[in-house]
Design a binder for this molecule. Structure first.
Ligand code: BMA
Length: 325
């Protein structure tokens, strides 16, 4: 039994796999928190990019890879904030394929970051990673909601009486849903169910912070990954001293409200230079993952500055989770 969770994922010796490009104005300062989708041939990446610190305005870039480690990027911005609700930037994309259609959830800032705005999450779709069709904001107003990830298939509704039993599911993190009315005192991960991908109507608390390393808040990382053992949910947790680490849980395949196991210890903590020192210190922030030949590739932002990857045999990660929860 491996009791040290932080040894399960092996960092690539190529890390960081994406660094700021000084020759490209919009990504010259930081490139981090990337979304990943494996098409069966190629690994597609959308990443958050910063080109200046005065406004700290985020855009989204595109890169792709054949082996998961070496990424070629496109020179032009992939997604530029162009509509009102994106006015002060777009951040932290996540990619999911549902019914052969590629979707991107991403954080939108309608107001200046310094003012501490309520953030929302929006949805877009693409067929070529060049043109993106916007489907609008999908989180409820005033919920201060980010870390929204979509399940790749419809699932049976919790409300079994419902005539339309199969629903779209998401995980989300409504920061304002804390206090007595919600039964939690720290931002937590909720499950949403909806008849469409743009409106999730039923919300249920799934996981709240439990350990020291995640005591301030938790939020989903990459979209849930289907494995034969259950839905693998990799998430981040923030400790009292603001260290961002990664944890993992497995949810039942048929009934994702049922948590089969959850790591007590983090599976990735900031220890490397590129995780400890950057624009925000001591951050590993997973946002993308894929399984290729029984190996899971977990992509994460290092210190809000660079993109990194760490890998594990999927069965070893699952064994670890079952044995150490
Ligand atoms: C979160 C998000 C992420 C960021 C992380 C650490 O709230 O803003 O984009 O990587 O904080 O700063």
């Amino acid at each position: 039994m491996n009791s040290n969770g932080s040894e399960i994922l092996k960092r690539s010796s190529n890390n960081p796999i994406l660094i700021p490009n000084k020759n490209n104005w919009w990504e010259s300062e930081a490139v981090f928190n990337c979304a990943i989708l494996y098409s069966g041939k190629k690994i597609h990446m959308l990443y958050r990019a910063i080109g200046e610190y005065e406004h700290y305005f985020s855009r989204i870039g595109y890169a792709s890879s054949d082996d998961g480690y070496v990424f070629r990027r496109r020179n032009e911005v992939a997604i530029n904030p162009i509509v009102d609700y994106e006015k002060f930037g777009i951040e932290d994309p996540r990619l999911t394929e549902i019914d052969n259609q590629v979707y991107i959830t991403y954080v939108v800032l309608p107001d200046r970051p310094k003012k501490g705005p309520m953030v929302s999450t929006a949805l877009a779709t693409t067929i070529d990673y060049s043109r993106f069709d916007r489907l609008g904001i999908i989180t409820s107003e005033g919920t201060d909601n980010k870390d929204v990830v979509l399940f790749p298939t419809k699932l049976r509704s919790k409300n079994k009486l419902s005539s339309k039993n199969m629903k779209y599911f998401c995980l989300h993190r409504p920061s304002s849903w804390v206090g007595d009315a919600y039964g939690i005192d720290k931002p937590s991960i909720w499950i949403g169910e909806g008849n469409t991908l743009t409106k999730f109507e039923t919300h249920t608390l799934l996981m709240k912070p439990e350990q020291k390393w995640e005591e301030l808040k938790i939020g989903a990382g990459p979209p849930p990954i289907r494995t034969k053992y259950g839905w693998l949910v990799i998430y981040h947790g923030v400790s009292a001293n603001k260290t961002y680490s990664a944890g993992a849980a497995l949810l039942d395949l048929e009934d994702p409200y049922k948590i089969l196991c959850r790591s007590k210890e983090p599976i990735l903590v900031p220890t490397e230079q590129y995780e400890k020192y950057g624009d925000v210190s001591n951050v590993v922030f997973p946002t993308g993952a894929c399984i290729v030949d029984e190996e899971i590739f977990v992509y994460y932002g290092g210190a809000d500055k660079v993109c990194c990857v760490a890998t594990a045999k999927i069965n070893e990660l699952v064994d670890y989770l079952f044995q150490n929860n």
